[in-house]
Design a protein around this ligand. Structure first.
Ligand SMILES: C[S@@+](CC[C@H](N)C(=O)[O-])C[C@H]1O[C@@H](n2cnc3c(N)ncnc32)[C@H](O)[C@@H]1O
Length: 213
């Protein structure tokens, strides 16, 4: 399901900051060489993440689900001087390519890239985060939220991708597959969590924005 009319999306993109050369390259190479290229955030959502980051001016960002590095590079645009983005992915096969992209973007010294299971890596990261971006396996969304919650500063943000799951969250509960159930349960969990203010932003596949009170 496309949430935004194609012509409106094209118009919006032609009236927004263009993709940088490195983001264009990541987009092109991901579609040419990597499995499931639709997982990449892309121009519209990349601009949203980059703009949010510039508004928040974070010192520390955590990303769960690096894939080919597109969203990491967008989020890193708002880092304060001396700030760091930590990004985790379980897929070791992409490591060489992703490190090359971070190097080419001039961000190697600002990005700490971990390969492995985020569920075991997150407890060992001792930073306090201004932004956490959750974009890994959907069944663990609620676990990631719980794992990072105490590591987010008061006034910090947890942003979670794909929370509309191509519109499948509208299906009747008994017809939902396991991933859709997990995402729907996650949306309800965040919405019921009195420790945050939240809004579900229907951009691309849906971004849940939760601000820790
Ligand atoms: C949707 S992609 C991330 C897209 C990327 N954030 C972007 O916008 O370009 C999801 C990624 O999560 C990773 N992943 C899945 N399970 C994981 C886990 N348990 N720990 C760390 N990464 C995981 C996958 O290998 C995949 O690269």
């Amino acid at each position: 399901m496309e949430f935004i009319d194609e012509k409106i999306e094209t118009y919006s993109l032609t009236h927004s900051q263009p993709e940088t050369d490195i983001l264009k390259k990541i987009n092109r190479e991901t579609f040419a060489k990597v499995l499931m290229p639709r997982m990449l955030s892309g121009h519209l959502q990349g601009n949203v993440l980059s703009m949010f980051s510039k508004m928040i001016k974070p010192m520390q960002i955590l990303e769960i689900g690096t894939y080919t590095g597109y969203s990491a590079i967008c989020l890193a645009q708002g880092l304060q001087q001396g700030g760091k983005l930590h990004t985790i992915d379980i897929n070791e096969e992409l490591e060489k390519m992703v490190r090359g992209f971070f190097e080419e973007a001039g961000l190697s010294d600002k990005i700490t890239y971990y390969t492995g299971n985020a569920l075991t890596i997150i407890p060992d990261i001792s930073e306090t985060f201004d932004i956490v971006f959750i974009d890994a396996d959907k069944k663990n969304y609620a676990k990631y939220y719980d794992l990072v919650f105490d590591k987010v500063r008061s006034g910090g943000y947890i942003i979670t991708d794909n929370v509309l799951w191509s519109g499948k969250v509208l299906e009747q509960a008994e017809k939902m597959d396991a991933e859709t159930k997990a995402i729907d349960a996650f949306n309800k969990k965040v919405n019921d969590d009195e420790r945050v203010e939240n809004m579900l932003l229907p951009v691309r596949d849906g971004l849940m924005i939760a601000r820790k009170k």
